[in-house]
Design a protein around this ligand. Sequence first.
Ligand SMILES: C[S@@+](CC[C@H](N)C(=O)[O-])C[C@H]1O[C@@H](n2cnc3c(N)ncnc32)[C@H](O)[C@@H]1O
Length: 261
Amino acid sequence: MQEDIDARVQAYYGSEFDEQRRLERPAGRLEMARVRELVAPLLAPHSTIVDIGGGTGVHAQWLAEAGHHVTVVDPVARHVEIAAQIPGVEATMGDARSLMLESNSCDAALLFGPLYHLESRASRVQALREAARVVRPGGTVFGAVIPRWAVYTDSTTTLADGASVPDEIHHILDTGESHPQAHFPGAHFHTSTELAAEMEEADLEVVQLAAIEGPGGLPLEFVAQADDSTIDAALTLVRAIGHLEGPREMSPHLMGIGRRR
Ligand SMILES: C[S@@+](CC[C@H](N)C(=O)[O-])C[C@H]1O[C@@H](n2cnc3c(N)ncnc32)[C@H](O)[C@@H]1O
């Protein structure tokens, strides 16, 4: 149930997991670099941006430094407190399903988190509709999801010798739904087709579906350190093939970019 997932989101990000340091790891450095190169070119100077599920403000920070006006909305108090300390960033408690923001008040919305923490299709479309409502007509909504096939790779390090693929993995592959006992409070793992349909239903024209990290992100998830040239190699790879359907389904994260009609 979504109430259980919301409670697990609070516990996970409130005390168990240090979200602020997530993007310092090798896969996170790749994620950060790629998000920046997908998002930045589509923003006009001095844009007004809402970062929904913006966590501790990792993206709000570089956006504010680039001269944009950024508001972070997040349900976790610890995240909001950290984000509010970033110069030029406003931060407020809130939920992607019901934003306390005026319609047409932003040029762009980031939705990097809520779509994989919301269980039902209706609530994900609701979150996308809310993002679309607060951006002006022609404004851009950037949404991140976790592709369902990439989840499979977790088994590479956890399957015992000779064991078969666990039932919960089959369940995710068949339905996109997470296992209720999984440590990460992920609620839904998308295919890119599914993400596109949810965006369309929220009245967003799909402009682009692109792998964030691409297949090179998967090996980087399993190493503690990587030099800059390795991150650059993964970036080169994802720039070349991250728009193709097969590779983008094997990326740790996938971004849908939509324009409000
Ligand atoms: C993995 S973090 C991502 C943080 C940041 N946006 C990034 O891209 O690095 C997921 C974020 O989604 C937030 N979140 C979870 N459920 C949400 C909801 N229903 N509405 C808004 N944010 C939510 C969490 O609190 C957390 O900050």
